[in-house]
Design a protein around this ligand. Structure first.
Ligand code: PNW
Length: 665
C-alpha cells in the first residue's frame, strides 16, 4: 500500500471534524428505495480476467483472476471496497494545461473557437482573453507537481488526465517514416514527465486520448469527426501514444463522452467547439440559473472553409446538416474501435494494459405522479429503459456488443448510419477490458401523454426519423423537455452550479446496475466511474429551484427524494471561506454518490472497479468559463498570477473516505 504522509492524514482528520454537513434525508434509505426497482445482476460467476495495472508488474492476460476475487470477497464481507479499487480524480488537457502555444503545440478546435467567438463563453473579464479561454487555465503544463500534491491529499492511487493531440501532432496527422514519428518532441516530453512523476508518487496513470480538443487542422481539412477519415488519423495518433507511453501507462481511455462531444459540438450550438449546430436548436438558456442570454445563434456557418452553405462542390463525405451530430457519433465510435484494434494487435500482449471507452449519460428514473396506476408506472419503467438505450446505449452498445440498440435503429430509421459487418466485428468487445462511465445526474423518463390522457405513440417504421425518434418520450432531460441542457424543476435532487448538474446520489447505483445487467459477463475488468462531481452552487437560484422540487416530492409522498438543503449557506454565498473552500455542499454530494457506489458493489454485486472524482482542481469549464467550479482545489484565476492551489474541504473529505471505505493492504 502507498505511504501516507502524516500531514495528509492530519489534514484529512481535521477536515472530517470541521465539515459537519447536514445529513441529507435518509441517504441510504433513499438509495435503497430507488435501487429496489432495479433488478440486481447475478453475481459474476466466471470472474473475469484482471490485468493488474501497477508499475508494470503485470500478470498474464487470462488466468490471473485469483487476486481479484479475493479482494472482492473480503471487500464485500467488510462492507468496504477492495484494496485494488482505483481511486483518484480526473482532469482534461484543455481545461488545465494552458500553454496553448508553447513548445510547438498546434491549435485545437477549442483554441480556435474561444479566440474567434469569445462572447460565447459565459463568464470572464472583458478584454482579458485568458479569462474566457484555456490559454493559461491552471497552467498545469508548468505546475504539474503542485497538482500531484493535491492528489496526495485525497490519497489517490490513480490519476485520470488527457493527452492533447495537437500538442503532439500540431496538424493532427501522426506519421511514422523510417521508424521515426513526426511528433512534436517537446510535447511528448511533457507527457513523459507527467507519467513519470505520477509513478514516482505511487499514482497509476489513467490516460484519455481524446477529451474534445481535436486538432483544428483536421476540422479545417475535412470537418473533423464529420468525416470518416478522422478514425484513421485518431488511430495513428493513438498508436504513437501506445508506443511512446505504453511501457508506463496501463490504463487507456480512447474517447471521452462521445455524446457530449458530438451533440454539444455539432447540434446544440453554439455550445462546445467546433460550435456547429443542426439549425433546430440555437443555444438559449431557457429558465437557466445563470440568467444569461448568449449572443449568437445557430452557428452552422462556423465550419471548415469549404463547408460554406453556398459552396458549389461539397466534400463527398459531408453529412446532411440535420444529422451532423449523428455522423460525428458514428465516426468517433469507429475511431475508438480503430485505436483499440491498434492496441490489441500491436501492444496489449507485450504491455499488458487495459483499454476502453468512457461514455456519459444520465440514469433514467421512471416518472411518478400522484394517483398513478401500477400499469402507468410500469409503462414509465419501460420508457426509462428505452430512454437509457437512446441516451447511453447508443454509445455503449457498439463498443460492447457491436451495434446500435434495436430501439434506436427502429426509431431513427434511415437517419441512422449503419455499421458494415466488418465494422461491427471491429466494434464488438472493443470496450470489454473495462467500461468507463461519467455520471452526474439522473433524469425522469416517461411516455408522453396527449391532452386527452392517451399516450403519444412511438413512430411507426414509416415515420422513423431523427426528428420523430423521441416524440413519445421524455427522454434525456428533466421533466417534459427533450434534448436541451437545462433542467426545469422538479428535478431529481437539488440544483448544483451548472444548469444540468443536480445532486441525486442514487444516480450512480441505478446506472451501475443498468450497465451490469445489460452487459452481464461481457466486461472483463468491470466498470470504472471515470467522472463524478459537483459544480459549486449559486445558492439563491438553487434554493428557488429546489423549493419546486421539494414541493413536488411532497405531493407524491416522497419527500425524502429531495435532498436536504443547507439554509445557512445561502447567507454565506458571497463568503469565500464560507463556501468555496469549505465546500459542504460538494462534500454532501460525494457522500451521497460514494455511499450509493459502495452499495452497488456490496449489496448489488456490481463489478465496479474505480472512481475518479471530477475534478482534482477548479478549471476551465468549457463554454461556462472559470466561474463554474467543479474542483476540489481552489484557484483564484483572476487575481492570483501564481495560480496557487488551495485544497478545499472536499479534497480532505475524500482522503478520509478512502481510508474508511476501501480495504487497506
Ligand atoms: C463532463 N451534461 O462534461 C466533461 O467530461 C468534463 O470535461 C466537464 O468539465 C465535466 O463533465 C463537467 O461539466 C459534461 O450536460 C458536460 O449532461 C455536460 C453534461 C455532462 C458532462
Amino acid at each position: 500500500m502507498k505511504t501516507l504522509t502524516i500531514f495528509t492524514t492530519l489534514l484529512a482528520v481535521s477536515a472530517a471534524k470541521k465539515c459537519i454537513v447536514k445529513a441529507p434525508a435518509s441517504n441510504a434509505a433513499d438509495a435503497n428505495d430507488v435501487a429496489s426497482d432495479v433488478e440486481a445482476p447475478a453475481e459474476n460467476v466466471d470472474a473475469p480476467a484482471e490485468i493488474s495495472d501497477n508499475e508494470g508488474k503485470l500478470e498474464d492476460e487470462v488466468d490471473s483472476n485469483d487476486e481479484t476475487s479475493d479482494n472482492e470477497n473480503s471487500g464485500k464481507k467488510s462492507g468496504k471496497l477492495p484494496a485494488s479499487f482505483k481511486w483518484g480524480a480526473a482532469t482534461a488537457a484543455y481545461q488545465v494545461e494552458g500553454a496553448w502555444n508553447v513548445d510547438g503545440r498546434g491549435e485545437s478546435v477549442w483554441d480556435h473557437f474561444t479566440h474567434l467567438y469569445p462572447h460565447n463563453v459565459e463568464t470572464g473579464r472583458p478584454g482579458d482573453e485568458d479569462s474566457i479561454s484555456g490559454n493559461v487555465a491552471c497552467d498545469s503544463y508548468h505546475k504539474f507537481e503542485e497538482d500531484v500534491k493535491m492528489m496526495k491529499i485525497m490519497n489517490a492511487n490513480h490519476y485520470r488526465f488527457s493527452i492533447s493531440w495537437s500538442r503532439l501532432f500540431p496538424d493532427g496527422q501522426a506519421k511514422k517514416e523510417n521508424g521515426k514519428w513526426n511528433v512534436n518532441e517537446k510535447g511528448a516530453e511533457y507527457y513523459d514527465m507527467v507519467i513519470n512523476t505520477l509513478i514516482e508518487n505511487d499514482i497509476t496513470p489513467l490516460a484519455t486520448l481524446y477529451h474534445w480538443d481535436l486538432p483544428y487542422a483536421l476540422h479545417e481539412k475535412y470537418g473533423g469527426w464529420l468525416d470518416y477519415h478522422s478514425q484513421y488519423d485518431f488511430a495513428n495518433y493513438a498508436e504513437f501514444c501506445f508506443e511512446r507511453f505504453g511501457d508506463r501507462v496501463k490504463n487507456w481511455i480512447t474517447i471521452n463522452e462521445p455524446w457530449v462531444n458530438c451533440v454539444a459540438g455539432y447540434k446544440n450550438g453554439p455550445g462546445k467547439a467546433p460550435y456547429r449546430c443542426t439549425g433546430e436548436a440555437p443555444r438559449k438558456l431557457q429558465n437557466d440559473t445563470t440568467g444569461l442570454d448568449l449572443l449568437g445563434g445557430c452557428s452552422y456557418e462556423i465550419g471548415p472553409t469549404q463547408y460554406t452553405p453556398d459552396s458549389e462542390v461539397l466534400p463527398a463525405n459531408r453529412p446532411p446538416q440535420r444529422l451532423e451530430d449523428v455522423w460525428c457519433s458514428h465516426n468517433i465510435l469507429l475511431g475508438h474501435a480503430q485505436a483499440v484494434k491498434v492496441y490489441r494487435d500491436k501492444f496489449q500482449k507485450k504491455q499488458k494494459g487495459l483499454i476502453g471507452i468512457t461514455v456519459d449519460g444520465e440514469a433514467q428514473i421512471p416518472w411518478e405522479e400522484p394517483n398513478m396506476t401500477e400499469e402507468e408506472y410500469a409503462n414509465n419503467e419501460k420508457y426509462a429503459n428505452l430512454a437509457a438505450e437512446f441516451r447511453i446505449g447508443w454509445y455503449s452498445d457498439p463498443p460492447m456488443i457491436g451495434d446500435y440498440p434495436e430501439s434506436v435503429k427502429q426509431r431513427m430509421g434511415k437517419d441512422l448510419p449503419e455499421f458494415t459487418p466488418e465494422q461491427k466485428k471491429l466494434l464488438k468487445g472493443s470496450s470489454s477490458d473495462f467500461l468507463g462511465w461519467n455520471t452526474y445526474t439522473s433524469h425522469w423518463a416517461a411516455q408522453v401523454k396527449n391532452e386527452d390522457g392517451t399516450y403519444v405513440k412511438p413512430p411507426t417504421d414509416e415515420e422513423a426519423s431523427y426528428e420523430n425518434s423521441k416524440r413519445d418520450m421524455w427522454d434525456d432531460n428533466c421533466r417534459g423537455r427533450g434534448d436541451g441542457w437545462t433542467c426545469i424543476p422538479p428535478t431529481l435532487g437539488s440544483q448544483a452550479g451548472s444548469s444540468w448538474n443536480t445532486k441525486y446520489g442514487p444516480t450512480i447505483r441505478v446506472g451501475l446496475n443498468w450497465f451490469a445487467k445489460r452487459y452481464e459477463g461481457l466486461i472483463k475488468n468491470g466498470i470504472i466511474i471515470t467522472e463524478n462531481g459537483c459544480a459549486q452552487p449559486n445558492y439563491k437560484v438553487s434554493r428557488a429551484n429546489d423549493q419546486v422540487t421539494i414541493d413536488y416530492f411532497k405531493s407524491i409522498g416522497k419527500e425524502e427524494f429531495a435532498d436536504a438543503y443547507d439554509e445557512d449557506m445561502i447567507e454565506r454565498e458571497d463568503d469565500l471561506e464560507g463556501t468555496l473552500i469549505h465546500d459542504t455542499y460538494r462534500i454532501d454530494w460525494y457522500k451521497q454518490y460514494l455511499e450509493n457506489l459502495r452499495l452497488a458493489y456490496v449489496e448489488d454485486g456490481v463489478d465496479v472497479r474505480g472512481y475518479m472524482a471530477w475534478s482534482l482542481i477548479d478549471n476551465y469549464e468549457w463554454e461556462n468559463g472559470y466561474e463554474t467550479r467543479f474542483g476540489m482545489t481552489y484557484i483564484d484565476f483572476y487575481n492570483d498570477p501564481e495560480l496557487k492551489r488551495v485544497p478545499k474541504d472536499s479534497l480532505t473529505f475524500l482522503g478520509q473516505w478512502y481510508l474508511d471505505n476501501v480495504e487497506q493492504e
